[in-house]
Write a protein that binds this ligand. Structure first.
Ligand SMILES: Nc1ncnc2c1ncn2[C@@H]1O[C@H](COP(=O)(O)OP(=O)(O)OP(=O)(O)O)[C@@H](O)[C@H]1O
Ligand SMILES: [Mg+2]
Length: 259
């Protein structure tokens, strides 16, 4: 079964600048599938549509065209079922910043109908595994570094043991040690729980380490996808970064047009 099925997905943002109406196609005709238990990494420069795609798949944003099925449930009809079954991690994760990780996690657990005891046991285990000192568990979130907050966001997404995790730059802003901790944790999840992972990243090494398949997103279009080996072969490239450059004519940073 497919965990994610996306067909011909498009999203346009309309804005008015100095009285001129502008259309920004964040996604244009994107189609791809992710199998159950598979890890799929989306690579693309800033503004290529990665976060927009993750937000549509996690029901936070409605597309202008195309079909989406998550764990077999079509969107938007299956919205409620999908929300109950996915975990989402993103740098803009909304927290109550004055509250502690403990309070934030218990609040989330309540929404999901998980007992406080079970939620706490699980959250502590995950945070310890991710290397967050548990003595920080009761400090207000606003006093924590971005990396620490990111770890709390990961723990929150995993409270419900979701079969599908949507991760928007899960390791951006983490120090090398924490980055390895998170990557190792994600590998463990998919090995031990068979969790399906869709992640976006700017880190080629991360994509190579974690992903069964990689997709290149450029200006809202999925221009190539395959295993790392397939992509290298298609582009006649020695590594993933070179393959990306050759197939997209772009660097991974905005405005670094290689053509
Ligand atoms: N809420 C919004 N309103 C208007 N335009 C938006 C909105 N969200 C995204 N966009 C536009 O859609 C395009 C894709 O943005 P998106 O955030 O999906 O890119 P991204 O690949 O996640 O980039 P990054 O690597 O910087 O996170 C950009 O041109 C952006 O300006
Ligand atoms: Mg983004």
């Amino acid at each position: 079964m497919w965990a994610i099925e996306v067909e011909n997905l498009s999203k346009v943002f309309r804005k008015t600048t100095f009285g001129r109406r502008q259309e920004e196609w964040a996604l244009k005709g994107v189609s791809f599938r992710v199998a159950e238990g598979e890890t799929y990494a989306l690579l693309g420069p800033n503004g290529s549509g990665k976060s927009t795609l993750i937000r549509i798949l996690s029901t936070l944003l409605v597309p202008d065209a195309g079909r989406v099925r998550i764990l077999g449930y079509p969107l938007p009809e299956g919205e409620r079922r999908v929300r109950e079954r996915i975990g989402r991690v993103s740098v803009d994760a909304a927290f109550y910043k004055k509250l502690s990780p403990r309070e934030n996690l218990l609040f989330a657990a309540q929404l999901y109908g998980i007992s406080p005891k079970e939620a706490e046991r699980r959250a502590m285990a995950i945070l310890e595994r991710l290397g967050l000192e548990t003595r920080r568990f009761d400090d207000p979130l606003e006093e924590m570094s971005r990396g620490m907050q990111q770890k709390v966001a990961i723990a929150r997404a995993l409270l419900i043991r979701p079969p599908l995790l949507l991760l928007d730059e899960p390791t951006t802003g983490l120090d090398p040690r924490s980055r390895r901790d998170v990557q190792g944790f994600l590998e463990e999840l998919r090995r031990e729980e068979g969790t399906t992972l869709l992640l976006t990243t700017h880190d080629m090494a991360e994509a190579e380490r974690l992903a069964h398949r990689v997709g290149f997103l450029v200006r809202g279009r999925l221009v190539a996808e395959g295993t790392v080996e397939e992509l290298k072969a298609m582009a006649g490239a020695g590594n993933l970064e070179e393959a990306f450059l050759r197939m997209t004519g772009e660097g991974l940073e905005e405005g670094t047009d290689a053509s």
